[in-house]
Design a protein around this ligand. Structure first.
Ligand code: GUN
Ligand code: ZN
Length: 437
């Protein structure tokens, strides 16, 4: 494969930006270059220097004046919910029963699963998202379809079939043994194949019996390098029902703790109403709390207290995510815009550098894939997004008064969406322009 030399305004984070003027937290080149060879970034820095390292045959792609960043990462999303996004009028448990479970039962049909997996990954790439942690349906075929599609595109994705054996219609239920066996088979076939990573995925404590929770714990013990993803403390009725189903538990988090599901690769969606004890338990185990602002607002679930979780004596590791289809937008720019507002309602701020850190390096660290994606560092995979802050008439007009990079990023987050995503690269190959409409 020939090498590629990208030129543009490059931005990549080294660590969490403490403040808006914490310049040491990021690397920004007004005239930057990225040299890509065999799908990896082999040189990054000022264009003039990087260009010297490019061979005569390198293909140069000039993205000036646009921004070049690491591809966005979405830490929690439901593939089989594409056709129930924008379903009116319910809180979590009713929404699951009325819309979600009937919709997910359609994934018994493997062909439907393949169609949606293809459209889902097309949509992610159109939005600038190059890595997701995804929930498939309970059906093994839906996870197979997702991994096959992801592997074909050479994307780094984390996914799993949900395990659920109670409190839902038959069409979306497995059994403790079938959930275990199907997960095992999927792990054997897909985990570590190319860039595919498997996540053990018990949906949440309500839809798994104690026997199934035991099985999920066994899978985690047998595969300690795998991710585990589930939902935690999203809604008051959900918390009360969980307490009824597990009367011995100290609290909701204790249920997952009991079955050995906490840990550095454990991703807990929502975590809105945690007690201090629960937050301590998550922190001590290195577990990740996933902030899903559009979903939390849409389902009326509550306000995730991002800054409190981050600043507490025992801080939480935090990721951010769309949570489509409880979430209302596929775009991580739209997601962080809503996140900013949720944080504002908690009386705090998230500055634009912190926000773009979260979308890229922050989510990569939370998903334990930071050595591979989430930065423009040399040696990492060339998963890249190119952003245009002049993408719409309203953005162009506002850009007339923008003077700083921070203002430009904030404009991209506040007004931007897929129209601001000019191009996306997956392991160095153009991926957005390659989508056939
Ligand atoms: N809790 C259990 N399943 C789900 C789901 O599909 N979406 C959301 N938002 N919460 C859940
Ligand atoms: Zn979810």
């Amino acid at each position: 494969m020939t090498s590629k030399l990208l030129r543009g305004r490059t931005l990549s984070f080294l660590r969490w930006p403490e403040a808006i003027d914490d310049h040491a937290a990021w690397r920004y080149e007004e005239d930057g270059g990225l040299l890509i060879d065999n799908g990896k970034i082999v040189a990054a820095g000022p264009y003039a220097e990087v260009a010297k390292r490019a061979g005569a045959g390198a293909e140069t792609i000039d993205h000036r004046p646009h921004l070049i960043l690491p591809g966005f990462i979405d830490a929690h999303v439901h593939v089989p919910q594409m056709q129930i996004i924008a379903s009116y009028g319910a809180e979590l448990l009713d929404w699951l029963n009325k819309y979600t479970f009937p919709e997910e039962s359609k994934f018994q049909d493997a062909q439907h699963g393949r169609r949606i997996a293809r459209l889902f990954l097309d949509e992610m790439l159109r939005q600038g998202t190059t890595t997701v942690a995804a929930y498939c349906s309970v059906h093994k075929a839906s996870a197979e379809a997702f991994f096959a599609e992801s592997h074909d595109r050479n994307m780094l994705n984390i996914a799993g079939k949900v395990m659920m054996d109670r409190n839902a219609p038959d069409g979306v239920l497995d059994t403790p043994q079938a959930g275990y066996d199907d997960s095992k088979a999927l792990i054997a076939e897909w985990h570590g194949k190319g860039r595919q990573l498997y996540a053990i995925t018990p949906r949440f404590a309500i839809t798994s019996s104690p026997e199934q929770m035991e099985m999920a714990g066994a899978l985690c013990r047998e595969h300690p390098d795998l991710h585990m993803q589930t939902h935690l403390s999203e809604n008051h009725a959900e918390i009360a029902f969980t307490q009824e189903l597990y009367p011995w538990s100290r609290d909701y988090t204790d249920v997952y703790e009991h079955y050995g599901l906490l840990g550095k690769k454990s991703l807990f969606g929502h975590c809105i109403h945690l007690s201090e004890r629960e937050a301590d338990a998550l922190s001590q185990s290195g577990s990740v709390a996933v902030f899903c602002p559009t979903s939390n607002l849409f389902l009326g679930s509550g306000l995730f207290d991002y800054q409190r979780y981050r600043r507490r004596e025992k801080p939480l590791r935090i990721a951010s995510a769309t949570d489509v289809g409880g979430g209302t937008n596929y775009s991580m720019l739209r997601t962080m815009d809503e996140g900013y507002k949720v944080i504002a309602l908690n009386g705090e701020k998230l500055n634009p550098f912190q926000s773009f850190w979260q979308l890229t390096r922050g989510n990569a660290e939370a998903l334990s894939v930071a050595g591979k994606v989430g930065t423009l560092d040399e040696g990492t995979d060339a998963d890249i997004v190119v952003l245009d802050a002049h993408a719409t008439p309203a953005m162009r007009l506002r850009m007339e008064t923008v003077e700083t990079l921070a203002e430009e990023l904030f404009l991209l987050q506040t007004l931007g969406d897929d129209r601001a995503v000019r191009e996306v690269y997956v392991v160095g190959r153009p991926a957005k322009s390659a989508i056939v409409a």
